[in-house]
Structures are given as structure tokens and as C-alpha cells.
Design a protein around this ligand. Sequence first.
Ligand SMILES: CCCCC/C=C\C/C=C\C/C=C\C/C=C\CCCC(=O)SCCNC(=O)CCNC(=O)[C@H](O)C(C)(C)COP(=O)(O)OP(=O)(O)OC[C@H]1O[C@@H](n2cnc3c(N)ncnc32)[C@H](O)[C@@H]1OP(=O)(O)O
Length: 181
Amino acid sequence: MRSEFVVPTDLDTATRHPRAAAPGEPVGEHNPVCYGCGSRAPHGLNLRTIAGDGLTVWADMAVTPWMEGGPGVIHGGILSTAFDEVMGAIPKLLGANAVTVHLEIDYGKPVSVGSTVRLHAELLGVQRRKIFTKAVAHLGDPNDSLAIAHAVFVTIKGREHFSDYVENSRAADEYRPHFTP
Ligand SMILES: CCCCC/C=C\C/C=C\C/C=C\C/C=C\CCCC(=O)SCCNC(=O)CCNC(=O)[C@H](O)C(C)(C)COP(=O)(O)OP(=O)(O)OC[C@H]1O[C@@H](n2cnc3c(N)ncnc32)[C@H](O)[C@@H]1OP(=O)(O)O
């Protein structure tokens, strides 16, 4: 399985869901124990993603010593996770549950431990179940990027998609009632 990131030209109309977070409000965690956004994930990034104008979101991430990869700089996989998480909030603005099927990162500059990185994501388009997104990591000036990411998400039916796995969740007790027919 291999795919390239190409935004199709024949896109569907995409509109913000009427009950989506308003600009300036947190988009909200999709799972309390998610490694990326969960407030109860003990070793996670605890990212708090905020809705922006239109179909955009942003989050700030403090680069702490445990995120180190190369000496004094962030591990690329941590930045990749943060990108995935922040772009993963875009489907929520559309009122959709979706999972990542394709993620690519261009790393432009080292990201220092001790810095605070802003991740800004936007919708590029929707075609059927596919949601195309882009995100930029920067230190305050979006035109001076540290890294750029592109991802494709595909909408899912949450209960069907996770039913075989939910018992492995740290929060299985909370999920079980929602998955019992
Ligand atoms: C109260 C109960 C609530 C229960 C729910 C609870 C929680 C909330 C739910 C959702 C939130 C979940 C995640 C949160 C979001 C962000 C956090 C970070 C995101 C992640 O960390 S998430 C983990 C990694 N992720 C995966 O674990 C996905 C593994 N994967 C699959 O599970 C299947 O792949 C699936 C089901 C996605 C699709 O499978 P399928 O059989 O349904 O559909 P199919 O294959 O037909 O694809 C449909 C269309 O996507 C195109 N397509 C497919 N693959 C592509 C690729 N690679 N590149 C470009 N396009 C691609 C096809 O070309 C076709 O396009 P078209 O129809 O237009 O031709």
C-alpha cells in the first residue's frame, strides 16, 4: 500500500458543522486517554487544539526535555505525532470521525528543546470520505516554518471501526456501554 499526497481537483463542498467548536474554543479531546490529546494520558502530549477561523485549528506545544531526539532538539517522531493530532482535529470541525491514512512531513529546521512550537492546520479539501489537510509548525511567524505536514484522513463510523479493539483501551470501562448493542 503506497499513496502520494495529491489534492484532487474535483472536491466536494465542505462546511463547518453547526455544532463545531467556535473560533477560539478548544476542539476537545477525541479520547481522554489518547496519546496526542488525552487529558488523562499519563505519558502523552496533552495537546489542546483550538478552533481557528474557517476550517483551521492551532495548538501550542512546549518542547520539553523528554521530547529530545538529536542533542538539544525535538525528535522528529514527536513532531510528527503533534502534526497528526492537530490535523486530526480538522474532521471534527466538519462534524466527522476520521482516522489518518496518509501522513507526510517535511522537516526544514531543527526545533530546539525549550522552545514552544505553534502548529497551525487547515483544510485543503474534501472528496467523498477523504479529508485533505496541511499544517505548518513555526515559532510565531507562519511564513518562517520549521516543518510542514500534509495528511489525508478518511471518515469512519466510530463504533464499527473500534469495536474489535475497545477492550484494549485504558478507558474500556467507559467505552463499553457505548459499544454494547
Ligand atoms: C460513543 C462511541 C464513540 C466511539 C468512537 C470513539 C472515538 C472517536 C472516533 C474517531 C477519532 C479517531 C481518531 C482521532 C483523530 C486524530 C488522531 C490522530 C489520528 C490517528 O492516529 S488515526 C490512527 C492511524 N490510522 C489508522 O489506524 C487507519 C487504518 N486504516 C483503516 O482502518 C482503513 O484504511 C480505513 C477504515 C480508514 C479505510 O478503509 P475502508 O475499507 O473503510 O475504505 P477504503 O479503503 O475504500 O478507503 C476509503 C477512501 O480512502 C482512500 N484511501 C485509503 N487509504 C488511503 C491512503 N493511504 N492515501 C490516500 N487515500 C486513501 C481510498 O482510496 C478511498 O477513496 P475513494 O473512495 O474516494 O476512492
